[in-house]
Write a protein that binds this ligand. Structure first.
Ligand SMILES: [Zn+2]
Length: 275
């Protein structure tokens, strides 16, 4: 029996072991427990449950198309442009944004109502795309959840899994803690992405200020998994100063954001109240 278990562990290890893969953002070799196709399989498998846990998709097609357009613009200039990315605005009132492995990005209504420009929205989506591209979740998943359970549940697609088990794993994925270094790398790569997608990098600084102001009122969900914005503003300002000081024709998109997001959220609220 023991031999059997040992053999099984070894076979599982061989199946999972990806070896070293170059992180396209840092250019360094990262130890990866599984290949990138598994990120996509995990994302695909748990995205519907994540959507449910985040109170469902905001039922407004124009708003969703707008979020997706901004997200895709960033995804296409990222280091993994060939992945299929999914961007969704969800009804959760908490102030949060999350990325499942493989390019499934969620932003909450609670955060959308606090933002005021398309560049600010782009900064959040660019940060999340950077996490997906760097495959930060792979390390966090193996550290916090355990690779075996995920492998069985997501990669062997027809593996039996109860609804409760799927819900638990999704909750754990949504609550994954990345390292401070991973967060800083996602901020800095996100800044590059948003500029390359044509946005004013000040949007990321403004977003940090928005989050910081919210923190003064109450603890916000985003910071249960992210470092304090105060520390992040410093290195972002430095990079803008060094690299992006004289940009011309970069988009802020205040009017567009108001029209596509704020007004649609208002309409939805009126609609909900009438129901
Ligand atoms: Zn992050």
């Amino acid at each position: 029996m023991r031999v059997c278990r040992l053999l099984l562990s070894f076979v599982l290890f061989l199946c999972l072991y990806e070896g070293c893969a170059v992180n396209p953002i840092s250019g360094e070799e990262d130890f990866m427990l599984y290949p990138e196709q598994h990120d996509i399989a995990i994302g695909r498998k748990y995205a519907p449950e994540a959507e449910k846990q985040l109170k469902g998709k905001i039922p407004n097609e124009e708003l969703q198309n707008y979020i997706d357009t901004v997200g895709q613009r960033i995804a296409r200039i990222s280091h993994r442009p060939d992945w299929e990315y999914h961007f969704m605005a969800v009804q959760d009132e908490s102030i949060n944004a999350l990325a499942l492995p493989g390019g499934y990005v969620f932003i909450t209504k609670g955060l959308l109502v606090k933002l005021t420009t398309e560049a600010q929205l782009a900064s959040i989506l660019a940060h999340e795309v950077s996490h997906a591209v760097a495959r930060d979740s792979a390390a966090a998943i193996s550290r916090e959840i355990g690779i075996g359970i995920l492998f069985a549940a997501a990669v062997i697609q027809d593996a039996p899994q109860s609804a409760l088990e799927a819900a638990n794993i999704t909750r754990q994925i949504l609550g994954l803690q990345y390292s401070r270094d991973d967060e800083q790398a996602a901020d800095l790569a996100g800044l590059d992405y948003m500029v390359r997608a044509g946005y004013n990098p000040q949007g990321m600084i403004e977003t940090m200020h928005v989050l910081q102001d919210e923190m003064k009122v109450k603890p916000i969900e985003f910071f249960s998994t992210h470092p304090n914005p105060q520390n992040r503003i410093g290195y972002l300002k430095q990079k803008i100063q060094a690299k992006y000081l004289n940009l011309v024709d970069v988009k802020i998109g205040k009017e567009e954001y108001k029209r596509h997001v704020i007004e649609n959220l208002k309409d939805n609220q009126v609609h909900e109240q009438r129901k």
